[in-house]
Design a protein around this ligand. Sequence first.
Ligand SMILES: Nc1ncnc2c1ncn2[C@@H]1O[C@H](COP(=O)(O)OP(=O)(O)O)[C@@H](O)[C@H]1O
Ligand SMILES: Cc1cn([C@H]2C[C@H](O)[C@@H](COP(=O)(O)O)O2)c(=O)[nH]c1=O
Ligand SMILES: [Zn+2]
Length: 195
Amino acid sequence: MLEVICGSMFSGKTEELIRRLRRCRIAGQSVVLLKPVIDKRSVCEVKSHNGNTFEAKEISCGEDILKASENVQVIGIDEAQFLPEDAIQAIIDLSRIYEKRVIVSGLDMDYKGRPFGIMPTLLAVADDITKLHAVCEDCKQNASVSYRVTEEQEQVVIGAKDKYVALCWKCAIKRDASKLGVYSESDVLNSGEKI
Ligand SMILES: Nc1ncnc2c1ncn2[C@@H]1O[C@H](COP(=O)(O)OP(=O)(O)O)[C@@H](O)[C@H]1O
Ligand SMILES: Cc1cn([C@H]2C[C@H](O)[C@@H](COP(=O)(O)O)O2)c(=O)[nH]c1=O
Ligand SMILES: [Zn+2]
């Protein structure tokens, strides 16, 4: 069984992942939580934005995932958008061949609103999908965008409130449509008329 939890930053993905893993523990199942080595914000644990923690092992490829999942019934994976392509097959094998429960959490979109890393593929092959929303910092409606407040252009920039705010599409476009990837260049140039 492959479950995917997706959404913007601050939407509660990590909290939801930890909640599901804790329930498994209560049910007496063996559990492991894995996270990509790229995210150095917390070592040997996953930490949600509201301070919830769960012990975790660091992984960097599909082989690491398979190794860390031996003799475990339930595998949680956080920040899956940072994993390499070979993680896809490992995750599919764990859920379909080894018949384990795999719960993956990650950003569906990057700061420009583009599908992020292996997440679109995992969403396509998942048995169950949960899409969560944060609260838009500007209008307080549901937020889908992890809007980057710095000028950095790389797709991967580790950070939290220092670099990102959760916004709905309308408020993100209002702040600066040129930061988003959903418009063609000419649309961006004329975005003042659109808003
Ligand atoms: N704009 C926001 N919308 C919702 N929750 C927020 C927001 N900003 C901060 N938070 C906090 O973030 C928590 C969710 O954190 P977390 O599970 O780590 O999210 P994610 O993994 O999706 O980034 C919320 O319970 C809340 O305390
Ligand atoms: C949008 C976006 C985010 N990131 C980074 C920023 C954080 O380190 C993680 C997301 O963590 P969360 O638990 O989902 O809050 O991803 C990035 O590198 N690039 C982006 O475009
Ligand atoms: Zn808004």
